[in-house]
Write a protein that binds this ligand. Structure first.
Ligand code: UGA
Length: 434
């Protein structure tokens, strides 16, 4: 049965969730307080690059199941279930800024005249649901009945539509029967196992999941250091341990470390939450430490090979924080470029999708040239660096690259090439952990 749903916040999570809900037949209103963004969406524009999203938005808008508005109160009035998907940015001390959540809770309370289910989809610290419930109660003048549910989202950027349409599980945190029934109807078309928990556990599942995945990456990165020191190959080690079902091969790719708007932020937040609850989560501090060290070690490797960076010309492939996205927030590739520029290097940079967004953090100028052809990256350079795991970089014309470079040096921060083949092609090839 179709549910009437409103999603507040049209960022990555809100926009993709709303669109996928419409795709399976629900009636969806997406609300955003940024009027320009709403106008853009109403006119068929999409503010982010996400494979498959644009077509799906257009289809559902034209079939009348998906609409956009800047009015929270219209959104609240027109729906039975209100999802909150607004940003929860980090603060300087690692804790989470919950002011957008609080504001939306007040706006919902203000507009609510009959029973509503208020679902938090944003990543929030444990016990936020309790606060949201208190806030709605305090600001709703009519003493209207409502339920608060926690429903964390596990989509990955770059695979958002695919992840949302095929979730491996749906977590629903609530202790009341009525929202459980409603949430089962919302998620029934997705055919995924639905786990019902209390609100606090659902909120914790999100931070615990992201921190565990970050831990897995730091673990393999730490193993990569031992591999380099001993002459072993981290890819082979990852495959060897990953075939054990209890471990799994995914998220065991060593490299420049993790970035993005989720792992770094959620790790800091989880450490802070634990601290506020009286536990020092030193294990996760070490995860952060290893992650920062990966970048230092990679830059050291570049310096050990080409010595002084000042006036060296380097071609960098990749600016996004990972493949399949134009997102450059907390991107290891951008951090790498900024550090190389600081050392006086001159960069030629290329990314299939993220060049426009990258310019805000890495302006074009005397030291940075944006190149629009991947195969031109090495022209006039001393070395090529791979900073993001875009699969198309594997198709780089290596013959041309070797001829373009003053010396055939390639630093691979994402282990895209086979070291033996690179050696055969005449490259001085340095990757991570092998
Ligand atoms: C992550 C989680 O994977 C999602 O489940 C979660 O919903 C999301 O955060 C969120 O909280 O919103 P995302 O940040 O989009 O998703 O990207 P990931 O694919 O997890 O990659 C994160 C970073 O880890 C990237 O910089 C990537 O390059 C790096 N990574 C990933 C590695 O260095 N090695 C790996 O093996 C995997």
């Amino acid at each position: 049965m179709a549910s009437r749903i409103t999603i507040i916040g049209t960022g990555y999570v809100g926009l993709v969730t709303g669109t996928c809900f419409a795709e399976v037949g629900h009636q969806v209103t997406c609300v955003d307080n940024n009027i320009d963004k709403v106008k853009m969406l109403q006119a068929g524009g999409i503010p982010i690059y996400e494979p498959g999203l644009e077509e799906m938005v257009k289809k559902n808008v034209s079939e009348g199941r998906l609409k956009f508005t800047a009015s929270t109160s219209d959104g609240v009035k027109n729906s039975d279930i209100i999802f909150i998907a607004v940003p929860t940015p980090p603060q300087d001390d690692g804790s989470v800024d919950l002011s957008f959540i609080e504001k939306v809770a007040r706006e919902i309370a203000d507009a609510m005249t009959e029973y509503k289910i208020v679902v938090d989809k944003s990543t929030v610290p444990v016990k936020t649901g309790e606060k949201v419930a208190e806030t709605i109660k305090r600001y709703n003048k009519g003493n209207v009945d409502f339920d608060v549910v926690s429903n964390p989202e596990f989509l990955r950027e770059g695979f958002a539509v695919e992840d949302l349409m095929n979730p491996d599980r749906v977590v629903v945190g609530t202790t009341s029967e009525r929202p459980v029934r409603a949430m089962r109807e919302v998620y029934e078309p997705f055919k995924a196992p639905i786990i019902i928990t209390d609100i606090n556990s659902a909120e914790l599942i999100k931070h615990a999941a992201n921190s565990f995945l970050a831990l897995k990456i730091s673990y393999i990165n730490a193993v990569s250091i031992v591999c380099e020191a001993s002459g072993a190959n981290v890819e082979e080690v990852a495959t060897g341990i990953g075939l054990d079902d209890r471990i799994g091969r995914r998220f065991l790719n060593a490299g420049l470390g993790f970035g993005g708007s989720c792992f770094p932020k959620d790790l800091s937040a989880f450490i802070k939450i634990a601290e506020q609850l009286g536990y020092k989560f030193d294990l996760l501090k070490e995860v952060q430490h290893i992650n920062a060290g990966q970048m230092d070690r990679f830059i050291k490797k570049i310096e050990e090979t080409i010595w002084v960076l000042k006036e060296k010309k380097l071609g960098v492939l990749g600016l996004a924080f990972k493949q399949n996205t134009d997102d450059v927030r907390m991107s290891p590739a951008i951090e790498l470029c900024q550090r190389l520029v600081k050392e006086g290097a001159e960069l030629r940079v290329y990314d299939p999708k993220a060049m426009e967004k990258a310019k805000d953090f890495l302006p074009a100028g005397a030291q940075v040239t944006y190149v629009d052809d991947m195969n031109a990256i090495g022209e006039g350079c001393d070395a090529i660096i791979i900073a993001t795991e875009w699969p198309e970089f594997k198709e780089l014309d290596l013959e041309k690259a070797r001829k373009d470079l003053s010396h055939p040096i390639l630093f691979d921060g994402r282990n895209l090439f086979d070291p033996k083949r690179m050696e055969e092609l005449g490259f001085i090839y340095k990757s991570v952990g092998r």
